[in-house]
Design a protein around this ligand. Structure first.
Ligand SMILES: Nc1ncnc2c1ncn2[C@@H]1O[C@H](COP(=O)(O)OP(=O)(O)O)[C@@H](O)[C@H]1O
Ligand SMILES: [Mg+2]
Length: 242
């Protein structure tokens, strides 16, 4: 037993708190008469404040797992608990609330709304959330976040007027607008050149530290995987802890 574990046993309040926990989950697609197991008996506990990367070959099931963690999809079998709550017993409305309030998503292709400015894109999830605060508070937070990600001078730019790295910074600010506990990033540097990718990695690391976020990042990028304190790999629907 490590020293940390021993301390936790003596004082349960110091025990790391499970933020995302999957137990023996499977994801199976029916394809006519055949069935395809995309996730095979995966168990994983991610504690509050962890920064973990998931890598593995294309088709291994990484995005599927991330979508389940983000309540965008459901396992076919097994149990998923988000912050101690069994998701199986949560209705769709509450799931949408958890997704909007507690989880920030970052994707490879940014998915910004092209007709809106950077500032408007960042505000959008807060305007949709009923508990996002007053319009003034949301504007203040969006401006602060865009400044934090280095885009204080780009508020009025539309996505096509921004570089790839800048668009991903906007997407990161948008992911943070509702002050989530968890950031789920699916290949966030996959569409960026090496140097820009590094800047985005540094930003994720900084935000993880500053905001005590739980971060799960799916990546092919060896450097990004290497800066994460914890790393797991997936292969053909299985999870391997290294
Ligand atoms: N809706 C679906 N129906 C059938 N098969 C799917 C569906 N979505 C994903 N898959 C399959 O699941 C496997 C894992 O996909 P994915 O999680 O996207 O992998 P990764 O992100 O590791 O590249 C792939 O073989 C893919 O073809
Ligand atoms: Mg994927």
């Amino acid at each position: 037993m490590s020293n940390i574990d021993k301390t936790a046993v003596r004082n349960p309040q110091l025990a790391p708190q499970a933020m995302l926990e999957v137990q023996n989950i499977w994801k199976t697609y029916r394809m006519g008469k055949k069935s395809l197991d995309v996730l095979k008996d995966i168990s994983l506990v991610i504690h509050k404040g962890e920064f973990i990367s998931i890598s593995g070959p294309s088709g291994a099931g990484k995005s599927t797992l991330l979508h389940i963690l983000g309540l965008l999809d459901e396992p076919s079998r097994g149990v998923y608990s988000f912050n101690g709550e069994h998701i199986h017993s949560v209705n769709n409305r509450k799931k949408a609330v958890i997704r909007n309030k507690s989880i920030g998503f970052i994707f490879q292709f940014f998915y910004l709304l092209p007709e809106f400015t950077a500032f408007e894109n960042v505000m959008m999830p807060a305007l949709i959330a009923k508990s996002g605060g007053s319009a003034k508070e949301i504007e203040q937070r969006a401006g602060d976040l865009l400044t934090k990600v280095g885009l204080g001078q780009r508020l009025k730019h539309r996505p096509q007027e921004l570089s790839g790295g800048e668009q991903q910074r906007v997407a990161i600010a948008r992911a943070l607008i509702n002050q989530p506990d968890v950031i789920l990033a699916d290949e966030p540097t996959g569409n960026l050149d090496t140097e820009t990718g590094r800047e985005i990695q540094d930003l994720l690391q900084l935000l993880h530290h500053e905001l005590s976020l739980t971060v799960v990042v799916v990546t092919h990028n060896d450097h990004l995987a290497s800066i994460c304190p914890r790393h797991v790999t997936m292969f053909d629907g299985h999870l391997k802890t290294v």
